[in-house]
Every structure is written in structure tokens, then in C-alpha cells.
Design a protein around this ligand. Sequence first.
Ligand code: HEC
Length: 158
Amino acid sequence: MNRKGWSFGLASILGAAALIGGYLMLPEGVGPAPAFAQVGTVTFPELEKLVHYTTVRRGVTREHMLTNQAALDAIQAGQPVPTGTHVVLVDYQSDVLARYLVAEKTGNNPDDWAYQAFTPERSIKTDDESPARCYSCHQSRQDRQYMFTFSDARSFQD
Ligand code: HEC
């Protein structure tokens, strides 16, 4: 790359960094507070304490959906799930564990959800959709507590 191209490239990287920095530095309550932008917000849950409430199958993909009993009770009572609730998608490809997708209710506001993909070894998976993309797709289910399998959770009986 010639010198001009290089400095243009650098300027746009710095510009983008400043923009992102500025966005994240917004004080709470000003503009959208992006729960999903806080990398590391989502903790990996204790899977053995969760309930497997539904399975989605598509070709070689098998997804086990898990959450805690308190969240299922809340959903079935028409209440918001408790803060701290984890919802987990355990993703199997041809019967081999491929990854975990985790949603966590991070606060009392209906929009307080955070997302993270984890590897089978349960460390943060960085080559997946960004948490921001997870959030914006799940936001389309705002009226169903950000859950695509909401009706399965609502009708689940153990
Ligand atoms: C383009 C839309 C889209 C994106 C992006 C997306 N999801 Fe989902 N998610 C879905 C759909 C649809 C389902 C229902 C299961 C299915 O159809 O496979 C789902 C299911 C889930 C579930 C089970 C609970 C529920 O909502 O039904 C979790 C947990 C989850 N996703 C987490 C994540 C995480 C973490 C990411 C980012 C790494 C992510 N999702 C990205 C569409 C999306």
C-alpha cells in the first residue's frame, strides 16, 4: 500500500475506534445502553441445574434448549423471567457438541439481555456472530422475552 493509502487506512481505523469508544462511553440512560457491547457480561451457567424444555432439529443440527425452573414458572405465569436467568442453546452437529449459545437476563428492564457464544470447552467463542448481532436478532422477539422458543417454554410440562 502506498503512503497515502496507509494513512487513510490508519485514519479510518482511528476514526472507527473513536466512534466505538464514544458510543461505549455514553453515560447510562443516554441513548441506547448496549448491554450486548459489554464483552464478558454473560457468565457460563451451571448446566446441571437447568431444565431441558425443548429440542429443535434441522438437518444434522440438534439444539437442546435449557433454562432454570424459576424462569419456566415465570413464563407460565405470564411474568418476566428473573434477573440472572440463563437460557442456553446446546448446539450439536451430527451428534457432536459444537457450541453453546447463552442468553442471560442482566437486569429488570425487559430489554436487559446479553448474549455470548461459548466453545464446547466453555470458553468465549470469538469466531461466531458478535453479541450485538445476537441481540438485534433476538430483539425481534421483544414481546416474548427475547425468546424464539417462548411458546415451548410456556407449554413445557415436566
Ligand atoms: C438471525 C437471527 C439470530 C441470531 C443472529 C442469533 N439467534 Fe439465537 N435464535 C434464533 C432462532 C430463530 C432461535 C430458535 C431456535 C432455532 O430456530 O434454531 C434461537 C434460539 C436461541 C436460544 C434459545 C432460546 C430462544 O430464544 O429460543 C439462545 C439461548 C440463543 N438463540 C442465543 C443466541 C446467541 C448467544 C447468539 C449469538 C452468538 C444468537 N442466538 C444469534 C435466531 C438468532
